[in-house]
Design a protein around this ligand. Structure first.
Ligand SMILES: Nc1ncnc2c1ncn2[C@@H]1O[C@H](COP(=O)(O)OP(=O)(O)OP(=O)(O)O)[C@@H](O)[C@H]1O
Length: 350
């Protein structure tokens, strides 16, 4: 069973006799989650996200919407599906999810490949956060499958062992533990879940904070930080990992509305931070980031433009359009056109 709390991190022990535990980190306006499995000396972290493939879009979403067929050629011309799936980290295949009578997801399919920066956009209430939670293993789909590096995950993240990928979920608010220092917040998982000595964890915390542009704040309490600093601390907590492990698994980060409620300049700072910790970016120390891929749920145009390369548009439970970010504002798809312009006229009804 998976539990969530409003606090930054909390342990969940699985009563199955082994020493495995799952942990969830909650950072920021909504939440940041990361999952760690510890089995004997081995620590595994999982973080989740979703992407829709054109192939799956064609096959699984043939009845998606009446607009879909008209724009298939546009989709296919802009996002080509590589034949080789060896770099696919996460795949959602025909995922459906209902809450009571509300059918939120109705067959969502996509892939997230190694190195990708993907945005999930769409009208409010269309199920974007639900997709993130399903990828992260916090919610189980009613139908369909989630594959983590080609291996099917049957249920929630704590129901089974997932190896080969760390998945972190970064929520909108920092949700740091108020009574813990920055050092304790950032190093929480390692203090609790690794065999690293305390002084090594402290060193790693300092290094990780420096990577997100923070220095000398280790002994502060969250109440002594600005909102932007809290977000950086939250990000540091989601990217820190046990460097003594023999093999470090790739990590996918899921961001749920990371810039909601921020002014334009603060948004730019966060957007650049998201880029900087990605493998294609450079962190504040000038080193390549450690995040293999990430998925951002956002409503902010600036975040779409600045922080992601590829977009999935979710509407009425389906991925109705996908394309590269630069194609978003020029798309002829009426749903995308209306959303991009904010017009009241068009197929999207409120
Ligand atoms: N645990 C739940 N129980 C019942 N309904 C839920 C639950 N989680 C989500 N919903 C409903 O599912 C729908 C989709 O919610 P979700 O948060 O995924 O949408 P969203 O696209 O992220 O919305 P927004 O852009 O407004 O944040 C909403 O109607 C929401 O009320």
């Amino acid at each position: 069973m998976v539990l969530l709390s409003g606090s930054a991190l909390f342990p969940l022990t699985i009563p199955n006799g082994d020493s495995r535990s799952a942990r969830f980190a909650v950072l920021g306006g909504k939440r940041i989650n990361s999952f760690c499995y510890k089995q004997r000396k081995e620590q595994r972290k999982v973080v989740c996200a979703c992407v829709a493939s054109p192939q799956n879009l064609r096959s699984d979403e043939s009845s998606a919407t009446k607009f879909n067929d008209s724009f298939k050629s546009e989709n296919l011309s802009t996002v080509r599906e590589p034949e080789d799936d060896s770099d696919v980290l996460i795949e959602c295949r025909n995922v459906s999810k209902s809450f009571g009578e509300k059918h939120i997801l109705r067959g969502v399919s996509f892939k997230i490949r190694h190195g990708e920066a993907v945005g999930i956009i769409g009208p409010s209430g269309t199920g974007k956060s639900t997709v993130l939670k399903i990828i992260a293993g916090l919610l189980a789909p009613d139908k369909g499958e989630v594959y983590i590096r080609g291996r099917r995950r049957a249920g929630l993240i704590s129901d089974e062992e997932i190896t080969g990928l760390r998945i972190g979920l970064v929520f909108q608010s920092a949700a740091l533990f108020d009574s813990l220092t920055v050092r304790e917040n950032v190093g929480f998982l390692l203090y609790e879940n690794s065999s690293m000595p305390g002084d090594k964890i402290a060193e790693l915390v300092t290094e990780t904070l420096a990577a997100v542009g923070l220095k000398g704040v280790e002994d502060r309490l969250p109440s002594e930080l600005s909102g932007g600093m809290k977000k950086r601390v939250a990000l540091a907590r989601s990217i820190i990992f046990d460097t003594t492990q023999e093999a470090v698994e790739p990590e996918v980060l899921l961001y749920d509305e990371p810039t909601a409620g921020l002014d334009p300049i603060a948004s730019t700072v966060v957007e650049d931070l998201i880029r900087s910790v990605h493998m294609k970016g450079k962190d504040a120390l000038g080193k390549p980031g450690n995040i293999a891929s990430y998925v951002v749920v956002t409503h902010q145009h600036s975040t779409i433009r600045r922080a992601v390369d590829r977009l999935l548009f979710l509407y009425e439970g389906k991925v109705v359009w996908q394309g590269m970010t630069h194609e978003f504002t020029t798309s002829a798809n009426p749903i995308v056109k209306q959303f991009a312009s904010g017009s009241l006229d068009g197929p999207i009804r409120y």
